[in-house]
Design a protein around this ligand. Structure first.
Ligand code: NAG
Ligand code: NAG
Ligand code: NAG
Length: 143
């Protein structure tokens, strides 16, 4: 779908012309992670959800964790969910959705984002760069 089409569709839905489109859900938002989808334990990540409309209520959900739900009301077309002090158990798939004042239902869900939490321990135990340069000494090759 072109951005223009999405925009028109959204405008119609945002303004509440819902009669013609009763069964049509709002187009899905996009979800991005900053600075990265792979983050160290105890650090932070921002999940930014962007909708094609302004003045919407955003929700961030986690796959297979129905207890996890964060809502944010925004006068812009995006919301930033800051996840701090990440634990290994925070890894998993996240997605967002939004609703406008005119739409009483949530939009389609965004793509799922797979968040990976790395344990700092792993890195400390990663193979070191010790050299093995002394194995070969050309001067010992005798005659
Ligand atoms: C994570 O966010 C918290 C709260 O905003 C802040 O105090 C902390 O310094 C941040 N940690 C990192 C590693 O950026
Ligand atoms: C969003 O809401 C604010 C405050 O209610 C209003 O001033 C603004 O015009 C609204 N914007 C849109 C695009 O509806
Ligand atoms: C969610 O749960 C289903 C069924 O238990 C499982 O097949 C799926 O892999 C899980 N998805 C995630 C992202 O954990």
């Amino acid at each position: 779908m072109t951005p223009e089409f999405l925009c028109l569709l959204c405008l119609g839905l945002c303004l509440g012309y819902e009669d013609e489109k009763k069964n049509e859900k709002l187009p899905k938002p996009s979800l991005h992670a900053w600075p990265s989808l792979v983050v160290e334990a105890q650090s932070n990540v921002t999940l930014k959800c962007q909708a094609p409309c302004q003045n919407v209520t955003f929700v961030l959900c986690k796959v297979n964790d129905s207890a996890y739900k964060q809502e944010q009301i925004s006068t812009e077309n995006e919301a930033e969910f800051l996840l701090t002090d990440l634990k290994l158990k925070d890894a998993g798939s996240y997605f967002c959705a939004y609703k406008t004042t005119a739409s009483h239902e949530w939009s389609e869900s965004s793509e799922h984002l797979q968040l990976v939490i790395t344990d700092k321990h792993d890195e400390l135990e990663a193979p070191s760069m010790k050299t093995v340069a002394h194995v070969c000494n050309p001067r010992t090759s005798g005659r």
